[in-house]
Ligand binder design. Structure first.
Ligand code: SIN
Length: 295
């Protein structure tokens, strides 16, 4: 019992202190971290000085890592690390994806085996803005009225990677082609689309470890309800998003440099809040742990 665990909000989120992730974490400490993670869904490890190798090594304790399906935005020598930064090259072009997603989402929910968890490490943080929010999808499910729970029981939804296939999303008005680069609005190549066919997942999933039911839909990747008229399905999804994104279910994280944040994609959604001036640099690196078929 060497670790300290301090809740960050009522709904979800806790800080774990007393562990140095640059060194091998003992079996006992790892068990404690797992228990705190399952309980709090999002855990923050402050004051970590991690090399790329150490970030990857700790992440691999949770399972095999994904290489981001975009095939881009990953570090050349460390394909398991997705680079999120607003840095530009000599020609003024963004060098990578600027953030992980400014629309609520669960990482890789558009894959047949969506990610079970992600580990995001802060290398450079802006003075203002750049926060990330997470919402607790167990609480979202629990809050649904019984008639809505009954209505979605057994229903499935389609998840799609290409935002251009998502009828509720469009680039912000006036966004230029240059600004679209390194944003979620960048056009996906035919190769990426072939690698990420549409998938179908249950609208409610049961967490394989905790056994709790969680809503498993998100504004960014969930597009249609299977076997339902598109307008009716959209109206149902919008109702569910309203429960998912309720303020009381959210933890907002103000980043400090050298923090590693681990979250569970099976029972939470998250949002990059943006709101920082382009001249303030925000650089993060993320590993994404392969998950299982949702049931
Ligand atoms: C992510 O969506 O994986 C990262 C969120 C962020 O950039 O704040």
């Amino acid at each position: 019992m060497t670790l300290s665990i301090t809740k960050r909000s009522e709904a979800l989120g806790a800080e774990i202190g007393g562990v140095d992730l640059s060194r091998p974490v003992s079996k006992d400490d790892f068990e404690e971290i797992l228990a705190a993670w399952y309980e709090n869904i999002v855990v923050v490890f402050p004051d970590q000085n991690l090399t790329n190798e150490q970030h990857i090594a700790f992440s691999e304790r949770f399972g095999p890592l994904e290489v981001h399906p975009s095939g881009k935005y990953v570090l050349k020598d460390y394909p398991a690390l997705l680079l999120l930064t607003n840095k530009r090259d000599d020609q003024g072009k963004y060098v990578s994806l600027r953030d992980g997603g400014s629309v609520w989402h669960s990482d890789l929910s558009y894959m047949g085996e969506p990610s079970l968890g992600s580990l995001l490490y802060s290398l450079e943080v802006p003075e203002t803005g750049g926060d990330t929010e997470w919402a607790n999808m167990y609480l979202a499910y629990d809050a649904l009225p019984d008639d809505l729970k009954n209505r979605i029981d057994g229903l499935k939804a389609i998840h799609q990677f290409d935002q251009n296939d998502n009828p509720r999303l469009g680039p912000p008005p006036g966004m230029t082609a240059e600004e679209m680069k390194g944003s979620i609005w960048e056009k996906k190549s035919a190769e990426v689309k072939a690698r990420t066919p549409d998938v179908i997942h249950p609208i409610v999933r049961t967490h394989p470890v905790t056994g709790r039911k969680a809503l498993f839909v998100n504004r960014r990747f969930t597009t249609y309800v299977v076997d339902m008229d598109p307008d009716e399905g959209e109206s149902l999804l919008l109702d569910l998003f309203e429960y998912a994104e309720r303020r009381e279910n959210i933890y907002r994280h103000k980043w400090r440099k050298n923090e590693l944040v681990l979250w569970d994609n099976r029972c939470t959604i998250h949002l990059a809040c943006g709101g920082f001036p382009d001249e303030q640099i925000r650089t993060m690196q993320r590993t994404t742990v392969r998950g299982e078929v949702p049931v």
